[in-house]
Design a protein around this ligand. Structure first.
Ligand SMILES: Cc1cc2nc3c(=O)[nH]c(=O)nc-3n(C[C@H](O)[C@H](O)[C@H](O)COP(=O)(O)OP(=O)(O)OC[C@H]3O[C@@H](n4cnc5c(N)ncnc54)[C@H](O)[C@@H]3O)c2cc1C
Length: 381
């Protein structure tokens, strides 16, 4: 089989390269910065199918979560923490939503349970529980140390013959006679039988000069990491207005969809977002209210990422009609989905058979002229 070039070494590119290498395909990964330098290093990295709709997108994410459990056994390494997700909600509307969701997930064969306050305390003893709250627990979920997983995937891929080159920025696709014949790097042509675009938020941008436009949303996401604190927090927690999880050696990673919804969407906002900015202080304040051990804790790191977000919020995976030699993998929830998509994409590429599981997620629905429904801001995890 001809060499395949995978552009981008985030969780998606690393997963695709790993899966191809396990099928004996010659593969080269080209990464502009270094592996795990993009959104994958700034992710909450909670593998889940918790709020994923419609049914086929739920099914893809549920398979994505299951794939992590399998991969942890196959790959080894200390990157997967399937310690579960505790959800705390207040107010009758949110409680009704939670109860309906748990019933739906159970009906669809996904492990989810309503639990008592006593059980919630046992699961996360450090938490300050609000009055009249309702609790659910999702035992198969957890968190992934995404950069560690990326390293492991690339390590095994390289041991199986893959080449990983960085820093090496791909400037353009090399299109000859209407077919992608490779990529252009520093004016040089690198030939490939197939180019798989796994460039995260930039995925599909190579198509712009060809007059092909993939409909997308801009979606910044902010997380802060505290200094190490004396906590036994070991699980993902979703509390009213804030979510948090451990991030190694007593550090706590904090995010909030409400705070994300207030971030500027345009321009370069990296200078504006620092530990003392109102957004970061608000995240810490919200987390302190549910995890009192954070009182007085400092913010050690700020992580701002751009979600790779197709216009309708769902994955865009596959060839682009009218352009052979090119394959797009553009997805949000890439930590959940990366390993599963890697397996499906490799299978499709090697056999030439279209994978039914990917049928609802083809890029053609996002091409100019199509008008996919946009999802609301703030519901992107
Ligand atoms: C705040 C936040 C929270 C999130 N929480 C979750 C969550 O809980 N669960 C979940 O599943 N997902 C979550 N996500 C989404 C998830 O992190 C992303 O979908 C995933 O990391 C995307 O991975 P990727 O490999 O596609 O992109 P990236 O990690 O961005 O990797 C793309 C790589 O391509 C490289 N690249 C770009 N252009 C070029 C070029 N021209 N040449 C060569 N290389 C190039 C970049 O340098 C980068 O390394 C979250 C995202 C954010 C921002």
């Amino acid at each position: 089989m001809d060499r395949i070039i995978v552009v981008g070494a985030g969780i998606v590119g690393a997963s695709v390269a790993y899966a191809l290498s396990q099928k004996g395909v010659p593969v080269t990964v080209l990464e502009a910065q270094r592996p795990a330098a993009g959104t994958s290093r700034a992710s909450f990295a909670w593998p889940n199918a918790n709020e994923k709709l419609p049914r086929e997108y739920f099914a893809l994410n549920a398979a994505g979560l299951a794939e992590h459990h399998v991969l942890a056994d196959t790959l080894g390494g200390d990157w997967f923490h399937p310690t579960g997700n505790l959800e705390v909600v207040t107010g009758s509307e949110r409680r009704d939503h939670q109860h309906a969701k748990v019933a739906r997930l159970q009906d669809w064969g996904y492990r989810a349970e309503l639990i008592s306050e006593v059980r919630a305390r046992e699961l996360v003893p450090d938490l300050a529980l609000p009055d009249s709250a309702s609790y659910a627990f999702y035992p198969d979920e957890g968190w992934v140390a995404a950069p560690v997983l990326i390293h492991r995937l690339l390590e095994v891929a390289q041991a199986s013959g893959a080449t990983v080159r960085f820093p090496m920025r791909v400037d353009a696709l090399d299109v000859q006679n209407g077919r992608v014949a490779g990529v252009i790097v520093d004016g040089e042509h690198l030939a490939a039988g197939l180019v798989i675009d796994c460039t995260g938020p930039a995925a599909g941008r190579f198509l712009d000069p060809l007059g092909i436009s993939i409909a997308r949303q801009r979606s910044p996401g902010l997380l802060v990491v505290t200094e190490p604190v004396p906590t036994c927090l070991s699980r993902v927690v979703h509390a009213p207005g804030v979510h948090l999880r451990p991030d190694g050696a007593g550090r706590v990673l904090i995010g909030s969809e409400d705070v994300d919804a207030t971030l500027p969407e345009e321009g370069d906002i990296t200078e504006e977002i620092h530990a003392d900015s109102s957004w970061c202080r608000e995240l810490l304040r919200r987390a302190q209210a549910v995890l009192p051990v954070l009182a007085g804790a400092r913010i050690e790191a700020v992580r701002l990422g751009w979600r790779p977000l197709p216009a309708d919020g769902r994955s865009a995976v596959g060839p682009v009609p009218g352009l052979s030699g090119y394959y797009l993998v553009f997805t949000h929830s890439g930590v959940t989905l990366g390993p599963r998509l890697g397996r499906l994409v490799a299978g499709e590429v090697v056999t030439g058979q279209a994978c039914p599981e990917l049928a609802p997620f083809r890029p053609d629905r996002l091409l100019e002229g199509h008008e996919p429904a946009r999802r609301d801001r703030g519901a992107h995890r």
